[in-house]
Design a protein around this ligand. Structure first.
Ligand code: NAP
Length: 309
């Protein structure tokens, strides 16, 4: 494939950035990849693994001369980084991010983007429960959606970024940031919160039943524990910044849960059966859409029908 950006600066060198770098190298999509992460240890790891050609000790230095800058830090850190790099961005450069929440990132980053720089917020719907520079792999984005929320950015700059994402093997869609945040609250953010809660409940219970919760862990609970192993900083920031949509969906979830609780208490098997038949069809739809493969994906409706049970 042809080079799409001559110099790409990755700010944050964890799962998503390292996967992007591996994919860019595997497919020849970038001339040079420059990296910056907060700790010297992560920067050294990026060089040692070889997914960055060069690392810099500050974000400002890393973005100098880059025609694409990718913000791949936790959502809560985006604004501070944007403020630091703003004056150092090359005219005509594109800045994008990979944050799981879009309205809050746009509000934090856009004010620091100088005139002539194209800011196009984005979110790859792909991930695993692992984090850090060692966790990335080139095929993470294959056949996954990459959502862009361009909010009036120049068409040619959007097309170029789209070509990069498609180069990773991703399918690209554009949407409004508020819509993105609501959809992701349903498909990713609230399911994560439920998984965290369920594992917390089991942990409390395990104090009563010793190690039975671990020893006899069934597939449903194992899926919850995998999701609940996700990075605490990233997920804290997601809930703090996608507050409104998450609370809206949690409210609906609680109503449904109470209805199911009532059906169990009343012995209303018909209600339960009809409900589970409806959710089973959603699972089939996800499989038919090719959105459930080996790599764990935080964008799917994973909890509608946990794997194997
Ligand atoms: P990660 O593996 O935990 O890596 C985060 C990186 O950001 C690390 O290199 C870390 O540096 C750096 N960092 C953290 N705080 C920083 C700060 N204040 N200043 C500078 N660098 C900082 O995270 P990730 O999973 O790649 O997630 C990155 C972004 O992608 C997040 O916004 C997340 O919402 C989004 N996202 C994640 C997933 C997923 O499943 N993981 C999926 C889609 C989108 P050190 O190592 O030096 O601390």
């Amino acid at each position: 494939m042809a080079v799409i950006y001559d110099r790409v600066a990755l700010i944050g060198l964890g799962l998503i950035a390292s996967s992007m770098a591996h994919a860019m190298k595997a497919k020849g999509l970038a001339g040079e990849i420059v990296g910056y992460a907060r700790s010297a240890e992560t920067r050294a790891a990026a060089l040692e693994i070889g997914f960055c050609d060069r690392v810099e000790p500050s974000a400002a230095k890393a973005v100098a001369g880059a025609d694409l800058v990718v913000l791949a830090v936790p959502v809560g850190a985006m604004g501070e980084i944007a403020e630091e790099i703003g004056p150092h961005l090359a005219p005509g450069a594109t800045v994008t991010d990979v944050g799981s929440v879009k309205q809050a990132v746009i509000a934090a980053v856009a004010p620091h983007m100088p005139h002539g720089v194209h800011f196009i917020a984005g979110h790859p719907i792909a991930g695993t429960e692992h984090s850090g520079p060692h966790s990335g792999f080139a095929t993470l984005f294959e056949n996954r959606w990459w959502l862009l929320t361009p909010e009036g950015a120049e068409g040619a700059a959007v097309a170029r970024l789209r070509a990069l994402c498609e180069g990773f093997g991703a399918k690209v869609d554009e949407m409004d940031a508020a819509h993105h945040d609501l959809v992701l609250a349903v498909t990713s953010h609230t399911p994560h919160l439920i998984a965290y809660t369920m594992v917390g409940v089991a942990d409390d219970l395990s104090r009563v039943t010793d190690s039975e919760v671990i020893n006899y862990s069934a597939a449903g609970f194992r899926d919850f524990t995998r999701i609940a192993a996700s990075d605490p900083t990233m997920w804290r920031d997601v809930f703090l910044t996608n507050k409104e949509a998450t609370l809206e969906i949690l409210g609906r979830f609680t109503e449904e849960l109470f209805a199911l609780q009532r059906a169990i208490r009343l012995g209303d098997g018909e209600h339960l059966h009809a409900y589970f038949t409806r959710t089973r069809a959603i699972r089939r739809g996800i499989i038919e859409a090719g959105q459930d493969t080996a790599a764990p994906d935080f964008g799917r409706v994973a909890l509608a029908a946990p794997k194997g049970g």
